[in-house]
Design a protein around this ligand. Sequence first.
Ligand SMILES: Nc1ncnc2c1ncn2[C@@H]1O[C@H](COP(=O)(O)OP(=O)(O)OP(=O)(O)O)[C@@H](O)[C@H]1O
Ligand SMILES: [Mg+2]
Length: 249
Amino acid sequence: MKEIIKVRNLTTKFGKKIIHDNIDITIYEGEIYGILGASGSGKSTLLREMILLEDRFKGTIEIMGKNVKKLSLKEEIELKKNWGVLFQFGALFSSLTVLENISVVLEEYTKLPDEFIEKTAFSKIKLVGLNEDVAYQMPKSLSGGMVKRAALARALALDPKLLFLDEPTSGLDPVSARAFDSLIKELHSFFKPTVVMVTHDPQTIVNVLDRFCILIDKKVVFEGTFKEAVNSKNEKVQKFLKPILMEIE
Ligand SMILES: Nc1ncnc2c1ncn2[C@@H]1O[C@H](COP(=O)(O)OP(=O)(O)OP(=O)(O)O)[C@@H](O)[C@H]1O
Ligand SMILES: [Mg+2]
């Protein structure tokens, strides 16, 4: 298996507060990888560090062989073309239609002519299971599930090799959440991107993730498959898994 993201000796401090204390994780190409941990354990921060939105850390993050702290501007733009992101909050620009939300990404990172941008944006809208007429709607007129799908369409705009999803099913009703899980698995089976997902949704953890890490007390206490986690002798891991196992019973 080929490594696509390597985090080594990563320490994050915000002021005097330590968020990550010397953590290592390895994400392999093509897998669906989860970042798990309690609220405030630094999951979103870790994701933001990977996508160049947060650089207050020591240690290294290597993505596709590139150290994210040693990129020229050109390398940074090239690297960013490889990924799509679905953010935890404020997934879409509220003043733009869904179509415009997707188009801005294509305008920023490609030299495609306008009509091709529109066609591509429409194809992504269909890909995530939204009706074409959603294209002209504003985010505030959409349901929670539709907003997540529209945000996923935007994340898929550049046919990314890497897809970063922060809590994709949070705030959704159970039916929409499971439908979103299925969508991610289906898209993954077609396009085989590497997916890095922050989640605390037990169903997603069990049914969607190939491997995951668990952040507890600033450390990575576990990295591996769900089966390996269940068999882990680590008390912190078992304590973390307990409510998940109860929920999926
Ligand atoms: N820009 C920032 N400046 C200072 N502190 C921050 C910043 N971003 C996050 N933090 C703090 O870092 C800690 C980790 O935050 P983070 O958002 O990464 O947690 P999380 O695991 O994603 O939590 P949640 O499950 O609630 O989304 C929190 O204590 C938060 O207050
Ligand atoms: Mg978060």
